[in-house]
Ligand binder design. Structure first.
Ligand SMILES: NC(=O)c1ccc[n+]([C@@H]2O[C@H](COP(=O)([O-])OP(=O)(O)OC[C@H]3O[C@@H](n4cnc5c(N)ncnc54)[C@H](OP(=O)(O)O)[C@@H]3O)[C@@H](O)[C@H]2O)c1
Length: 272
C-alpha cells in the first residue's frame, strides 16, 4: 500500500492490524501510532524500531498528513477521543473505523460532516491473520479510499463489502461475535467428552483439533457444509444418532437463530 497511516489505538485489534500491514510490506516509517501507554501491544515482529508511537494526538507532528486514519479504540471513548481528529479532515484522509457499533454517521458527527468515513467489522481471528472483515462505505467515499481500506483490512484475513449499513448489526451477530460461539462449542464438546469418560486434556485436544480440522475443510474444499455433513453421516450410524439430537426441534438451528437475533438486537441498541 502506498501512503501514510495514522493508527489510533494499538491494543488487540490495532496490534493485529499493524502485524498484518508489516507482513504485507508496509514500511514502518509510513505509520504513526497514537497509544496512550506508549506501548505497542503486538507480536515482536511489529516492534519495529522505525515505527513512531506517540501518547496523544497533540504529539503528532503538524506536518504529518496521513492518507488514512484508523480508529481501533473502544466505543466508550469516542466522544472524548475523536473530536481532536477534526484537524485532519480538511486534508481529506479516509477515516477507517473498526469501532464496534459506531455508525458512519456517528463517527462523522464527532469529526464533522466533510469527513470521509469507512466502517469495518473485523473479528478476533485477526490475531492469527484469519479475520473475517465486513466493510461499509457511504456513496461519498471514493473508489481509491475504498481500495485503501480493502487493502488494510485484507492484511488480517478475508474481506467482504455491504451496501446497506443496517446489515452491520447482523454482520456483528454472525462474524463479529461468531468466534465466541465456536469457542463455546469447543468447551461444550470437551465437557461432553469428559462426561462420556475421557480425560479432560484428551477431550479438549480432540475437540480443538476436530474444530480446526473441520474448519480447514470448510475453507479448502468446494463443498457446502451440508454436503460435508452428509458425507460423514451414514444412515443408522453414530453421527446420525448425534445429529438427530442436534437437529431436533429445539436443536442447534433454532438456538442459533435465537442467539444471532439476540446479538443483532443488542448491536442495534448499542449503535450510535
Ligand atoms: N478485538 C477484537 O477482536 C475486535 C473485533 C471487532 C472490533 N473490535 C473493535 O476494535 C476496537 C479496539 O478493540 P480492542 O479489542 O483492540 O481493544 P483494546 O485491546 O482495549 O485496545 C484499545 C487500545 O486503545 C488505547 N487507547 C485508549 N484511549 C486512547 C486514545 N485516546 N487514543 C489512542 N488510543 C487509546 C488503549 O490503551 P489503554 O489500554 O492504555 O487504555 C488500548 O491499547 C473496539 O472498538 C472494538 O469494538 C475489536
Amino acid at each position: 500500500m502506498q501512503g501514510t497511516i495514522l493508527l489510533v489505538g494499538s491494543g488487540k485489534m490495532g496490534g493485529a492490524l499493524l502485524d498484518g500491514w508489516f507482513k504485507r510490506g508496509v514500511n514502518p516509517v509510513d505509520v504513526m501510532v497514537v497509544e496512550p501507554a506508549g506501548r505497542v501491544a503486538v507480536a515482536p515482529c511489529s516492534a519495529h524500531p522505525a515505527l513512531t508511537t506517540v501518547p496523544t494526538i497533540e504529539d503528532v507532528p503538524k506536518d504529518f498528513r496521513p492518507d488514512v486514519i484508523v480508529f481501533a479504540i473502544k466505543p466508550q471513548i469516542v466522544d472524548q477521543a475523536l473530536p481532536a481528529y477534526r484537524r485532519f479532515v480538511a486534508d481529506r484522509p479516509v477515516f477507517l473505523s473498526v469501532i464496534a457499533g459506531k455508525t458512519t454517521d456517528g463517527i462523522r458527527s464527532r469529526l464533522g460532516p466533510a469527513a470521509d468515513v469507512v466502517r469495518a467489522m473485523p473479528n478476533t481471528p485477526a490475531a492469527v491473520g484469519k479475520a473475517m472483515t465486513v466493510l461499509y462505505a457511504p456513496p461519498t467515499v471514493s473508489e481509491l479510499q475504498r481500495k485503501i481500506c480493502n487493502t488494510l483490512m485484507s492484511a488480517v484475513g478475508a474481506v467482504a463489502w455491504i451496501t446497506d449499513e443496517a446489515h452491520m448489526d447482523a454482520v456483528t451477530a454472525v462474524s463479529g461475535s461468531g468466534p465466541a460461539y465456536v469457542f463455546l462449542f469447543a468447551e461444550a464438546l470437551t465437557a461432553a467428552g469428559v462426561e462420556a469418560g475421557l480425560a479432560p486434556d484428551l477431550a479438549a485436544r480432540l475437540a480443538h483439533a476436530t474444530i480446526a480440522g473441520a474448519g480447514a475443510m470448510l475453507e479448502q474444499m468446494p463443498d457446502s457444509p451440508e454436503t460435508l455433513r452428509r458425507n460423514v453421516t451414514s444412515p443408522g450410524g453414530t453421527t446420525a444418532a448425534a445429529l438427530e439430537v442436534l437437529m431436533g426441534e429445539n436443536g442447534l438451528m433454532r438456538l442459533f437463530s435465537r442467539a444471532v437475533a439476540a446479538a443483532a438486537a443488542r448491536s442495534r441498541e448499542l449503535a450510535g
